[in-house]
Design a protein. Structure first.
Length: 170
C-alpha cells in the first residue's frame, strides 16, 4: 500500500517538499540559470573601477606633487643664478647686473646638486633676469598596471636681481 507524502506509517514521516525546492540540486540557487555568474562579473567590473579610482587618487596626487616640486626647484635655481652679481660692473659704475656666465653656472650647479634636470638661461633683453626650466619625471605606482609607467612635469621660474630698497616712495 502506498501512502501519500506527509502521512505516517509505523513511525516514519514522509515530508512534502516545498514547491520552490522542487528539483533543487545542491549548490544551485533557486533562481534560474540565466543569473548564474552575474555576481562574479559585477565584482570584476567593480574591482577594475576601484583600481582605476585608486590610480587616479594615488598617481594623480604624485603628479601634483611633482609639478609643485618642479616649480619650487626652478624658483630656487633661478634665485641662485640671479644672485650672482657682475662685480667689475658693480665696483666701476655702481650698477648691479647679473654676471651671465657665472649666474647660469650657479643655477645649473644648484639643479645638479638637487638631482634635477633643467635649463638655465639669461632672459633675452633683460640683463638682470635668469630663467630656469626644470623637468621632473615621476614613476607611477598604480597606473603602471594599465601601461602608464611615468609622467613628466615642467616647472619654470624667472628671478630678477634687485639692488637697494625699491618700492613706492623709496
Amino acid at each position: 500500500m502506498r501512502l501519500p507524502r506527509g502521512d505516517t506509517l509505523a513511525g516514519t514521516v514522509v515530508h512534502r517538499q516545498a514547491s520552490w525546492l522542487a528539483g533543487r540540486r545542491p549548490g544551485r540557487t533557486p533562481r534560474g540559470p540565466a543569473d548564474r555568474g552575474s555576481l562574479t562579473l559585477m565584482l570584476a567590473v567593480l574591482f577594475v573601477a576601484l583600481l582605476a579610482l585608486a590610480g587616479i587618487v594615488i598617481d594623480g596626487g604624485a603628479k601634483l606633487t611633482a609639478a609643485e616640486n618642479a616649480s619650487a626647484v626652478a624658483q630656487e635655481a633661478a634665485r641662485a643664478g640671479a644672485g650672482i652679481v657682475n662685480r667689475a660692473s658693480a665696483y666701476q659704475s655702481g650698477n648691479f647686473i647679473v654676471a651671465r656666465d657665472q649666474a647660469i653656472a650657479a643655477a645649473d650647479e644648484y639643479l645638479a646638486h638637487a638631482g634635477y634636470r633643467g635649463l638655465a638661461r639669461q632672459v633675452p633683453g633683460a640683463a638682470n633676469e635668469i630663467e630656469v626650466t626644470v623637468t621632473v619625471t615621476q614613476q607611477t605606482k598604480v597606473l603602471s598596471i594599465i601601461g602608464i609607467t611615468s609622467f613628466t612635469e615642467n616647472g619654470r621660474a624667472v628671478a630678477t636681481l634687485e639692488s637697494g630698497v625699491t618700492g613706492p616712495g623709496q
